[in-house]
Design a protein around this ligand. Structure first.
Ligand SMILES: [Zn+2]
Length: 264
C-alpha cells in the first residue's frame, strides 16, 4: 500500500517505483487502460524511462493492492471483473461511504466545503470539455477526499482498493453514454453534507451509490462473425440499381450486436 500510504501519511519524495505505481493506477482509474490489457514490462520501462526492475517492483505492489493481476509466466494484466463482482463492491462502498457521509454531514468546516466544491467544479469543467479521463479521475478524487476528511486513514485505504474495481466495472458494464459519476450528483452530495445533517447525508450517499450500481448492465454478447452478419445479403442475387430501394437486410447489425439489451 505504498502509494496509498503516501497519500495519507507524511509526504516523502516519490521514488521511481511510486511514479510507475501511480501512473498505472491513474491510467486504470481513468479508463485509459482497458480491462484485460496486458502490462508488458519492457513497454512500461520505456514509457516511464525506468529499468525493468523498477517496473517489476511497481507491478508487484499493484498486485498486492489488487489493482493488477500478476500471474506466473503470464505477466501482468488489468483485471476484468465480472458483473457478479459489482454487488459486494457496492455493498462495501455503501457501508464505508455511508458512514463517512454520516460523520461529515452537518460538520464540514468552511475550508473543507470549499475544498470539495473546487473538486466538483473541476469535475464539471472536465465533463463540459469532454475530457472523460480527467472527469473520472476527479470523480474518484471527490470520494477519496470525503474519506480523508472523515479522519480515518483506513477509510482512505479501503476506498483505494474499492475505487479501481468500481472503475473497471464501470468501464465494462456501464450503459453507453452514461458517465461514471456525474458532477451534478456530487454537487447534490456536497449540498446534503452542508444542509442535510448526518442521517440525510448518509442517505444521499447510499442513493448515489445505488444509482451507480443500477447503471451497470450485462454486456451484449460478442458480435457474430462477419460472414454471419452478412449472410442475409448473400441470397440477394442482383445488385440494386441506383435510386431503387435496397432490400432490407433480414438482420440489422445493431440487432446482432445487442440482442440481449433490446429485451431489457
Ligand atoms: Zn460519485
Amino acid at each position: 500500500m505504498n502509494a496509498t500510504t503516501r497519500r495519507t501519511a507524511t509526504p516523502r519524495p516519490p521514488t521511481a517505483t511510486d511514479r510507475v505505481y501511480d501512473g498505472i493506477y491513474r491510467a486504470i482509474v481513468e479508463h485509459r487502460l482497458t480491462p484485460g490489457a496486458r502490462l508488458r514490462e519492457e513497454e512500461l520501462a520505456e514509457s516511464f524511462a525506468v529499468s525493468r526492475t523498477v517496473v517489476r517492483q511497481a507491478l508487484q505492489r499493484l498486485a498486492q493492492d489488487q489493482i493488477v493481476d500478476l500471474r506466473h509466466n503470464r505477466g501482468a494484466q488489468v483485471p476484468q471483473p465480472g458483473l457478479e463482482d459489482a454487488a459486494p463492491v457496492f455493498d462495501a462502498r455503501r457501508v464505508v461511504e455511508g458512514e463517512i457521509a454520516r460523520r461529515l454531514g452537518g460538520r464540514l468546516s468552511a475550508a473543507q466545503a470549499e475544498e470539495l466544491r473546487l473538486i466538483v467544479e473541476a469535475e464539471a469543467q472536465a465533463e463540459a470539455r469532454g475530457d472523460s479521463a480527467a472527469a473520472i479521475g476527479l470523480s474518484g478524487e471527490f470520494h477519496r477526499a470525503l474519506a480523508r476528511l472523515a479522519g480515518n486513514p483506513v477509510f482512505v485505504r479501503l476506498l483505494d482498493e474499492l475505487l479501481p474495481t468500481t472503475s473497471l466495472l464501470m468501464a465494462l458494464y456501464k450503459q453507453p453514454g452514461r458517465p461514471a459519476c456525474v458532477a451534478h450528483r456530487h454537487q447534490e452530495m456536497l449540498q446534503a453534507l452542508v444542509d442535510a445533517g448526518a442521517a440525510g447525508s448518509a442517505a444521499e450517499m447510499r442513493r448515489h451509490l445505488d444509482e451507480l450500481e443500477r447503471s451497470l448492465t450485462p454486456r451484449p454478447p460478442p458480435m457474430a462473425p462477419l460472414r454471419d452478419v452478412f449472410a442475409a445479403y448473400r441470397e440477394v442475387a442482383p445488385m440494386p440499381t441506383p435510386g431503387a430501394s435496397a432490400p432490407a437486410p433480414a438482420v440489422s447489425a445493431d440487432a446482432v450486436a445487442s440482442p440481449g439489451r433490446r429485451r431489457r
